[in-house]
Design a protein around this ligand. Sequence first.
Ligand SMILES: [Zn+2]
Length: 259
Amino acid sequence: MAVSPFFRSQKDRAPAGAAMSGPEAEHRVVQVIVEAIMDHRVAPGARLIERELAIASGASRSAIRNGLMRLAHAGLVELSPNKGASIAMCSPDEARQIFDARIVIETAAVKKLAGTIGEGELERLRAFVEDEREAYERGRMEDARHLSRRFHVLLAEMAGNDVLTGVIRDLINRQPLLSWSRPETEPRFCGNHAHSEIVEAIASRDGERAAHLNMEHLRALERELGAERAAAMQELRSAQAADGPDGNARQADESPVVD
Ligand SMILES: [Zn+2]
């Protein structure tokens, strides 16, 4: 039997028993799908099968439905009356809007942080970037990618604005939907050097420079994702054509582009 993309191994299955409902169950549904997207276990456009989600999350039908609605609201899932739920596919225009929004919001966060950061936080940021560098160097790609995304959320958290932090997290969660890449491809884009430069600009309390460096970093990432997206979408279409109308696209679990 094919392994569901919603758990990495059989041990991730929810314990057998009555299906859970309520906010906790909905949160579990959201978590299962977001993690599968983040780890590139589900492709943009892939259909979400209720039975698989029920097994992975242990959630009831209504909790699954509510979880999917929350994800649709965050732009991660598309709900269609005919086709049901599927992983969202971002158009090039949506991709540009996501990066425009990130630049506006992260500029505000980075400038604020440069004005308020203390020595302890600075030390923590430097240690964080060092961990990230080490993860790339040692080829721990899943950790490295996670840390790279987390870096931007951490800046917003340290800037002390929970609303901005939530918005940045939602925007970053959509990023895997902008590209889809083959597992065997080596990463081409690594933001670790840019992250280090941004931290040093913040350390010298130069908010303008930190924000400018962050903007250039995000634009570079956007260009890289855009180029990959074109190739990846072509491949996805070929895979879907090869699998027939009801087949799921071949699953991949690595992306060459990381932020
Ligand atoms: Zn980055």
